[in-house]
Design a protein. Sequence first.
Length: 200
Amino acid sequence: MQNISSISELEALYGQPSDAAIRKVSPRLTPLYRRWIMASRFCVLTSVGPDGTDGSPRGEDGPVVQELDPQTLAMPDWRGNNRLDSLRNIISDGRVSLMFMVPGSTTIVRVNGRAVLSADTDLRTRFERRGKLPATVIVITLQEIYAQCARAPLRAGLWQRNDRDAVPSMGDILAEMTNGKEGGADFDKKFQSLEPDGLW
């Protein structure tokens, strides 16, 4: 296997980015980037820490983030499995990336920046759902925002396919990893029948 070990080797192989690829990058929300992100109910939050990286799915029943100002986004962190992988990373190393998606759109919007965690009650109250507040809010200072071309979603047929029956369920995976002590059909049934209150 021939590994690439220098930036010069990499650039010689790929060439230089196009003018459009450079000019689409903004250090803050523009009117159209704002419109796009406010339409996104789902994103992937990526963080980095001393034990490695983490990619965490984030979803809401409205915009997945709120704008505090043109260079600052806020994202609620709802209580879940308490692994806290992303949150531990943010405390150790504030660098984060977000990948925003909108069902049906082959455009993906990406944000790179730095994050801190806040337990401020007023800020948490902005995200109140069904009488519940997030445990914390991730506050992200944008360093760059840009749109990704559509090739990857188009290649994957991302919004044209439904391959759910071809993959194991979460209950199946838990059962395999715990020798049947957790998971299984009952686990899957529980999440399929969750009332809205159970999502927050």
